[in-house]
Structure formats: C-alpha cells, structure tokens
Ligand binder design. Structure first.
Ligand code: ATP
Length: 289
C-alpha cells in the first residue's frame, strides 16, 4: 500500500454525504496508518497542499473532488515523483471517468489502496496546465455562467447551457494547428487531452492520454439542427463520425481571436483574451489508478 496523502475539497460535487475519514480508515487501515487526510480551505489551496505532500515523500497524492480539484493537485505534483490518485467526488469527474477510476466510493478507495502506476500527458494553455480538456468559446462561456449559477450539478449545467445558447455568438479566429492554418469562426475550439468533459460527454472520444498529442475539436457554428447533432454525438461518443465538428491531432497550437474570447481549463473559466498558446508536456505526470 503506497504512502498516500488525501486532499479533500469539502465543496466539490452536488453534496457530501460520506464519512470520508471512516471510509478511508476501512481501506487503508487504522493501525500505524500509512496515510493522511488534508482539507482544502479555499480555491487554489490544493496546489500548495499537493506540492507539500510530494516534498514530504508521499508516493500518492489523491484528489477527493472533481476535475477542478484534480487540476489543482495535478499542478502541485508536476515535476515531482509523487503520483496523482483520484477519488471521484465531483459533478462531472471527466478525468476519473477517462481513466476508468470506479465512481462509487468504496470501490475507488479499494482501487487506490493497490494502484497501478503510469504516466500521462499534460496540456498547457497560456501557461495553465490542464489534464482533461481546455477550450475557447461556448464551453468556456458556459463554465463562466455555471460558476455564477449559485448551485452545481448536471441539471444546473444543462439549464445554464440552454439559456446561454440563445445569447452566444461565434468569434472569428486564426488557428495555427502545428502548421495547418484555419481561418474560421469559432463557436467552440476544444483541446482534449482526455476524451470527455465529464458526465460521459465525449468531446473527443478518440483522445489518448499517452500519445503526446491533443485532439482538437472545432465547431465553427451551432444552428439548432447541428446543436442537436453535436449533443447526441457527445452522448453517444460518435461526434467525429457525425461530421458536425472538425478534428485535428496536434502537439501544439496558436490561436488569435478577432475579439476577446473566453477560455476554460478543466471546466474552470479563466478569463477572456485574444491570444492563445497551447502546448503539451508528454508523460509529465505520474498517475496512480
Ligand atoms: N475549501 C474550498 N472552498 C471553496 N472552494 C474550493 C475549496 N477547495 C476547492 N475549491 C474549489 O472548488 C471548485 C470546484 O471543485 P471541483 O471542480 O473539484 O468540483 P466540481 O466542480 O463539483 O466537479 P467537476 O469539476 O468534476 O464537475 C474548484 O475549482 C476548487 O478550486
């Protein structure tokens, strides 16, 4: 059993109903425990907690939360020997689902007690690492408004998406996708390291965490008919075959937008800007799943 530090985001997910310390003790033992549990006190705190845990010699630092918590813990672990573990407790759990981490609690902890160690690629957009997906356009716009919605969960997410669909307009961009140039309108330009946004919404079903490449999904416009095709394609995992989106596979990209455009990192809205540099760090993160 690897020496494990659990980093728990008490605000993640629709609700917290579990006695996490008791459950962890059941799986990791109470006699001479080989683990610690540390709680985040504010957004961003998990980065420092993870860095500290790695410096203290924990072999696994496990994020208990959703993709935002996973992103913070992962960032703290970059350049260290410690591996990222995940106990999925978020709303979407995109990276956990991609890595086939059990979503039910006892099973997730049981798996983490004897994990397999490997490495995964890490994406970077304008200096911000991402592990699952980053994107420009409507997905970022929804993240921005979801964060202000006052409640979380899938139903709030769908409500915000439908409401904002009526307001959102595409922005013209120039995208240099590792030498291939697209001058186009951008409704969504997603950079996928993992296959899905979370909740099994597959934006890039063929994305591979270990191929040294990002799957790029471009949607230039989203009239109603196409929106239905895209939604269905994401749910069924066959968006590339539906021809409702264009796909590219690149290790880096550079995007210039005519007007400031919103971007997100692993589902968290980070702001609006006109210049984007996207890169990939191959196999830069150890994972324990
Ligand atoms: N103690 C805290 N108080 C307030 N916010 C916190 C705290 N700890 C972490 N956060 C923030 O909570 C946000 C949401 O967490 P997280 O993304 O893990 O859950 P989620 O949004 O429910 O799941 P998912 O991203 O999978 O949909 C993160 O962006 C993180 O920065």
């Amino acid at each position: 059993m690897p020496k494990t530090c659990f980093i728990l985001n008490p605000t993640a997910g629709p609700s917290q109903r579990h006695d996490m310390p008791a459950l962890i003790a059941q799986h990791f033992g109470t006699r001479e425990p080989n683990y610690e549990i540390r709680l985040t006190e504010h957004a961003g705190h998990a980065v420092a907690l993870a860095k500290m845990a790695a410096a203290e010699g924990f072999q696994v630092v496990a994020a208990i939360g959703g993709d935002g918590t996973v992103n913070e813990v992962g960032r703290g672990l970059l350049g260290t020997a410690a591996a990222l573990g995940i106990v999925p407790q978020g709303s979407g759990n995109g990276l956990a689902r991609h890595l086939k981490v059990p979503l039910k609690l006892p099973a997730a902890l049981q798996r983490l007690a004897t994990p397999d160690f490997s490495r995964m690629d890490v994406g970077v957009i304008n200096g911000h690492p991402f592990f699952c997906t980053a994107g420009l356009g409507f997905d970022a716009h929804v993240s921005q408004h979801f964060a202000q919605a006052g409640s979380r969960g899938l139903s709030t997410y769908l409500r915000v998406t439908l409401r904002e669909y009526r307001n959102y307009r595409a922005v013209p961009i120039r995208a240099d996708l590792d030498g291939h140039v697209e001058e186009t309108d951008c409704y969504v330009l997603a950079f996928a390291n993992a296959s899905q946004y979370g909740n099994n919404a597959y934006i890039a079903p063929l994305a591979d965490l270990r191929d040294g490449l990002l799957d790029v999904c471009l949607i230039d416009a989203l009239p109603v008919g196409r929106a239905l095709k895209v939604s269905l394609g994401m749910v069924l995992g066959n968006l590339p075959q539906s021809k409702a989106a264009e796909y590219f596979r690149v290790p880096r990209a550079r995007v210039t937008a005519q007007d400031p455009i919103g971007f997100h990192v692993d589902g968290d809205y980070l702001g609006h800007t006109t210049e984007f540099e996207i890169d990939l760090m191959p196999l830069a993160l150890h994972v324990a799943v």
